[in-house]
Design a protein around this ligand. Structure first.
Ligand SMILES: [Zn+2]
Length: 81
């Protein structure tokens, strides 16, 4: 799909997690998690109105874990201890 035409007549009603931006139904069918530059996203389509899109999530650093030296000595386990 190469079209870059944005339909300005259809307004986004909500910009909220788990809610269809077109019809506001909380009835989205999610695809698998995909990596992107700022974090992850999911493809979704709306069971109610048939709209589709992506839902983006920013990921933030939490902690290191499962750290090993070059020779395989574990320094931190997967929980960071
Ligand atoms: Zn919808």
């Amino acid at each position: 799909m190469k079209s870059t035409n944005i339909n300005k007549e259809v307004k986004i009603k909500k910009n909220q997690e788990n809610v269809c931006p077109i019809c506001c139904a909380d009835d989205l069918n999610y695809g698998s998690m995909q990596p992107c530059e700022s974090g992850i996203y999911y493809f979704w389509d709306c069971y109610k109105c048939g709209a589709s899109g992506k839902e983006f999530y920013n990921t933030v650093f939490s902690s290191h874990g499962q750290v090993k030296t070059k020779c395989g000595n574990e320094v931190l386990n997967e929980h960071g201890y």
